[in-house]
Design a protein around this ligand. Structure first.
Ligand code: AMP
Ligand code: MG
Length: 957
């Protein structure tokens, strides 16, 4: 190579860099930080910085052994783990040997390897709990040969691997041959972790191959003695790193580096997992094989060169950025193993050198991928420069909040193996590795990558294995995640100057699924305003019971229609017409229902007011909405007389119009054609302003509202639908239209007597109610025993528990969870009938409705990832009465819908499940629900009082 050739251009990577630094140290006697190599990757450039480099640290050479040799920093932790938890762990070689095996040669060869590596004949006795290394001068491992059958291999391997050891007396290596036949064997070599790491398998295989080859030929292996032994390393490590308790020692300085680098690290990151973390770990795991093709491998390598980072750094940046986009936040700690062989004298040594580094990856501020690579380079080089502190010691020092169920400091591991793996080469034998036994899942996710070379030594693809914790992940989810990782890297290398927030996380197919397939809700419905639809129903079933009051009073459809028609004509005289509002401040009763319909027939929008609410709130609603008329129950002092509107007691109104024409009013009478875009109702609700605001729903939304409920809940002419939620709460409109547009009977709960629990149970049984919808916490108060007529229960308004569902679903009753903000006409999503086996989702978009789960930049998030729910479709409100600004900020352009369409930002955090159902996660803001009512901080008293009888319980909340 020439003096101007770049180290990384020629295929250098972090591990080789470490070796180069070590070579520079031993040949030139100077200490070159790895960072200097990254910054000066050519010989010419390096030459200039070498002069300034510090004098090399003490060379690693064989040293006279003191009385007792202590354990290395890393060994100490393993010793503790083994001693107190029996969990020090193993590294093993398990290979199938076909051909003529020379067992005697193998036995001798094992002895040769053990003779060569002191670590393999070291035991760890302790004095008063302080262990030291005792190297046995001579020890030859036994090599038992046992007969097994093919089906017995797996358990034989497992049993041999899990034999208990006493480190004080047992050398850390054991070996066994399983004999399957004359020319068919399995060789097992199990090394305790305290004597070997994964990198040790290469020298083990190399040395064992050489020794067997020599022994099989009747000779002895001829090899150069190892430059140093593990005990030399241990003593050198002590000398170079010093004592942690001395603040100026290198090891103490390294510790303080980590202390700062990992300050305020998140306890854990949010992963796109299938399940939340259990209290106790199951340790069950699985693994997924995946790969990146040679083309992508080549592009990744090229970007690494161009950006002056290692391939690992590109992969790390890619993974961190992807996790960020998958909802993990912007502070992403990733674990990675480092070989720990920081001196070239250690290259061929079997021993425990490996360490784990926490690479804290800062993805905040939406950097471009290239900027992120710069950050990663900085972080990683600093981490490599402080890699001597054993991870376990770091955990002790940092002492993060512990949980048995998660790995401390990081939950995702990323490793790029650059070392050639240890392949045994034994003359006369075909050697094939056994598939690795399923390992305990230590991390939520552990991603191991291995570079392959093509014929010419160029990038030949990257092979991957992702281990996952089965506590949290399903196989398919991890598979999809790794596919996503590959696609993500491909887009990153194609456009490294793009901000990480701007890349697509979804595949074209996924995008199609979440956008279109799961939103394929188009469903043709008969057009018509509420009066149109109701009048058609009254004409179809004039004699059917339309309404049953708590008092027992009943009206049929014809009579209800006539009464509403007469009152409508009076309301028109009072100024009701399209685009006006008429408030109905009448408690739930037959009169209330007549008033609701009459307002609609007059062409006005219905504005419910609960006379049970505090005067202040009523005054706000009436002042804000500006109705032309308020229908009252009479002399209610809480409904103030206003300057801008008139008031009319409902009884007086009905008296005044007793002689009026009872046929359906016409557009001509209304003074203007009533069209679908005219207001059908205005409901006041809370959220984001501190003051209740009026949500204006048009007639265009009503037909869908009714049809969805009628279809999903199975309402027919025999149904009896209870109306029990407050009339100021939009499900009351749903109750009304789903009954009255299906020819069913609407049963009116008494607003004073039928509010919670037993009272509601009584209303249900007295009136033979078949359908009921209530906010989850209210439903929870009702004893369900004996309510045999009740066929269907809809819960919603708040998250409901599996227990609640299970209780009501008993005996096969249909239980549906419905979700919807007032701004989207009551129901946006609904589930299929639930059983309560698992936490209920909120279901799928109802007819003519689209749901999107989006990130902060209105990009689609992947299924499984939490994002904010945006909704759009026929139920979308026109907006907030008199609040153009607020309307504009919550009802925004729908980038995924037809041109000009809008969507509503719900403020709900949800995720899409694999089957397309939506799962409710929580709120993005401070809004809470009390008994189904939206409440903002500061507003509690007003709304609570508004819940009438429910108030007592709610005040406690
Ligand atoms: P409202 O406009 O009063 O219907 O309130 C709508 C809000 O109630 C939603 O934005 C959610 O926060 C919450 N909500 C409604 N239905 C559900 C449900 N089934 N599960 C969880 N939260 C719900
Ligand atoms: Mg709702």
């Amino acid at each position: 190579m020439g003096v101007e050739d770049g180290f990384f251009d020629l295929g250098g990577h972090s591990l080789l860099a470490t070796r180069l630094v070590s070579r520079v140290r031993s040949v030139l006697g100077v200490e070159l930080p790895i960072r200097a190599l990254f910054e000066n990757p050519t010989v010419a450039a390096l030459d200039r910085v070498l002069d300034e480099a510090a004098r090399a640290r003490t060379a690693l050479v064989p040293v006279p052994r003191p009385e007792t040799v202590p354990l290395s920093f890393g060994q100490r932790r393993l010793w503790f783990l083994e001693r107190f938890e029996g969990a020090g762990g193993n590294v093993s070689l398990a290979v199938r040997l076909s051909g003529a095996l020379d067992a005697q040669a193998l036995r001798l060869a094992l002895g040769d390897v053990v003779a060569r590596h002191e670590a393999l004949r070291t035991v760890f006795p302790d004095d008063d709990g302080i262990p030291h290394q005792r190297v046995l001068d001579f020890w030859v491992p036994g090599l038992g040969i046992v007969d097994v059958t093919e089906s017995g291999i797996e358990s034989a391997v497992q049993d041999f691997g899990s034999l208990p050891v006493d480190l004080a007396v047992d050398p850390p290596l054991r070996a066994r041959v399983l004999r399957l036949g004359e020319r068919d064997h399995v060789l097992l070599v199990v090394l305790h972790h305290i004597a070997a790491d994964g990198w040790s398998l290469a020298p083990l295989a190399r040395d064992l191959s050489a020794a067997y080859t020599a022994r099989a030929a009747g000779g002895v292996p001829e090899w150069e003695p190892l430059p140093v032994q593990f005990a030399d390393y241990t003593l050198w490590q002590r000398e170079v790193l010093g004592d942690e308790t001395e603040p100026e020692s290198p090891i103490a300085r390294q510790l303080s580096y980590w202390y700062e680098a990992l300050a305020e690290l998140p306890d854990e990151i949010e992963l796109p997992a299938d399940r939340p973390r259990p209290q106790l770990p199951g340790y069950r795991g699985g693994s997924v094989e995946f790969g990146f093709d040679a083309a992508l491998h080549g592009e990744l390598t090229a970007l690494a060169k161009e950006a002056n980072v290692s391939l690992f750094m590109v992969l790390q940046a890619g993974l961190a950025a992807l996790l960020t986009r998958l909802g993990a936040g912007t502070d992403i700690p990733l674990g990675t193993p480092v070989a720990g062989r920081t001196d070239e004298a250690l290259d061929d040594l079997i021993g425990f050198f490996v360490n784990t580094l926490v690479l804290r990856t800062d993805t905040s501020g939406d950097p471009t991928f290239r900027e992120l690579l710069d950050r990663v380079r900085d972080t990683d080089l600093a981490a490599y420069a402080h890699q001597d502190v054993p991870f376990e010691r770091l955990v002790e020092v940092l002492n993060p909040p512990r949980s048995l169920a998660r790995h401390p400091l990081f939950q995702v591991m990323l490793a790029l193996q650059n070392t050639p793996d240890g392949t045994l080469r034994l003359p006369g034998l075909d050697v094939t590795p056994l598939p690795p036994a399923p390992a305990d899942a230590k991390f939520d996710l552990g991603i191991e990558l291995v570079e392959r070379q093509d014929g010419a030594g160029g990038p030949g693809g990257i092979q991957g294995l992702a281990h996952y914790s089965a506590d949290r992940f399903d196989h398919g989810t991890v598979q999809a995640l790794m596919d996503r990782f590959g696609r993500w890297l491909a887009s990153a290398v194609a456009a490294p100057d793009t901000r990480i927030g701007a890349f697509d996380v979804l595949s074209t197919d996924e995008r199609d699924t979440v956008l279109h397939r799961w939103n394929a809700t188009d469903h043709a419905l008969p057009a018509g305003t509420l009066p149109d639809l109701f009048e058609a129903q009254a004409a179809r079933t004039p004699d059917a019971t339309a309404v049953v009051a708590a008092t027992g009073q009943e009206l049929d459809y014809a009579e209800l229609n006539r009464r509403a028609n007469r009152l409508a004509r009076l309301l028109i005289e009072y100024g009701a017409r399209p685009e006006t509002l008429v408030a109905v401040a009448v408690p739930r009763s037959v009169e209330w229902l007549v008033a609701l319909l009459a307002v609609s027939k007059a062409g006005a929008g219905y504005l419910p007011v609960d006379p049970g609410q505090p005067a202040q709130r009523i005054a706000h609603v009436l002042g804000d909405a500006g109705p032309v008329l308020v229908l009252t129950s009479g002399d209610d002092p809480r409904v103030p007389a206003g300057e801008a509107y008139r008031t009319l007691p409902i009884a007086e109104g009905e008296r005044l119009c007793a002689g009026y024409d009872a046929t359906d009013p016409t557009d001509a009478e209304r003074g203007a054609a009533l069209r679908p875009e005219h207001p059908a109702y205005v409901i006041y609700t809370s959220g984001s302003t501190g003051l209740p605001k009026g949500v204006l729903i048009t007639h265009a939304s009503i037909g869908n509202l009714a049809a969805v409920h009628i279809d999903r809940l199975g309402i027919d002419a025999d149904s009896r639908v209870l109306q029990a939620v407050s009339t100021t709460f939009d499900p009351s409109v749903a109750d009304t239209v789903m009954a009255l547009l299906a020819g069913a009977a609407l049963v009116l709960a008494d607003p004073e007597r039928h509010v919670v629990g037993d009272q509601l149970a009584e209303a249900i049984s007295t009136h033979g109610v078949t359908h009921l919808q209530l906010a989850a916490p209210v439903l929870a108060t009702i004893p369900e025993a004996g309510l045999d007529t009740l066929r269907c229960v809809v819960t919603g308004g708040e998250a409901c528990s599996a227990e609640l569902v299970a209780r009501w679903a008993r005996g096969g009753r249909k239980v549906v969870n419905a979700y919807g903000p007032t701004e989207m006409t009551v129901a946006t999503t609904m589930t299929e009938p639930l059983t309560g086996d698992t936490t209920p989702p909120i279901g799928r978009a109802v007819w003519n409705t689209r749901v999107y789960v989006l990130d902060g930049a209105l990009g689609l998030v992947a299924p499984g990832v939490a994002g904010e729910l945006y909704v759009s479709g026929v139920g979308l409100a026109r907006g907030y009465v008199g609040r153009a600004g607020l309307t504009g900020s919550r009802f925004v352009a729908d980038p995924y819908g037809p041109a000009g369409s809008r969507m509503y930002r719900t403020g709900d955090v949800v995720r899409l499940l694999a089957d397309g159902q939506v799962e409710f996660v929580g709120r993005a803001d401070d809004q809470v629900k009390i008994r189904g009512f939206r409440v903002e901080p500061g507003e509690v008293s007003a709304v609570v009082a508004g819940c009438a009888g429910v108030a007592q319980a709610a005040v406690v909340v």
